[in-house]
Design a protein around this ligand. Sequence first.
Ligand code: ADP
Ligand code: MG
Length: 232
Amino acid sequence: MSSLSFTNVTLEYPDGNSTLKALDSVHLSVARGEFLSLVGPSGSGKSSLLAVAATLVQPTSGVVMIDGDDLYALDERRRTALRREKVGIIFQQPNLLPSLTAVEQLLVRGHLRGRPAHEGRRKAEELLDTVGLSGVLNKRPHQLSGGQRQRVNIARALMGSPSVLLVDEPTAALDHERSESIVRLLRRITDEFATATVMVTHDTEFLPLTDSVATMRDGRLSRAAVPSGQPN
Ligand code: ADP
Ligand code: MG
């Protein structure tokens, strides 16, 4: 079953006297446990697609579904609840709060509101362990490397047990070695948590670590074959 689907989705922005189609009749279906790479030139609509899937920007027309729910047919309150429970968002800049430790970064969103505090803390510690950070649980952002900060960001996105992970250029600020380990981590998380993962990337060398590739051009999406070869 697909966790995330777009049917004939168009997103228009006003552009002077005319309109700009950031998304133009997009069809997309991403299954549980599928890791999709989204590539394409700058300005082609990749981040717009993620924003629409993240319930952050309402499309002009079309239907977006997550686990069978029609996102933009829900009222605002239910859409926000669905985002919190089912969508993990990982953008290029980790946006961690400077004064908080790694564990605390995962607790502030309040995903486990109403549950005992130690449960949230235990879950946060488990997720930080999953992303390889068990040694730095109580470190603050300035004490972490760029790669470690991005791992905190990834762990934080998993706090709500998402079925969809939306990742925008997660390696843009990292060197090659750290970039590869982040993409490998996202591969492992997609397998272990059975998320439908969409990753915008410019690092074409990592495409073989993903299951499928879609290309955006002027708001139009097409599926491409996954290149084979290194690394795998
Ligand atoms: P990409 O992520 O592929 O670089 P974007 O999705 O950010 O592309 O942008 C797609 C197009 O939509 C671009 O032409 C961009 O200028 C335009 N766009 C994006 N966000 C807005 C906005 N909030 N208002 C107006 N135009 C926008
Ligand atoms: Mg972008």
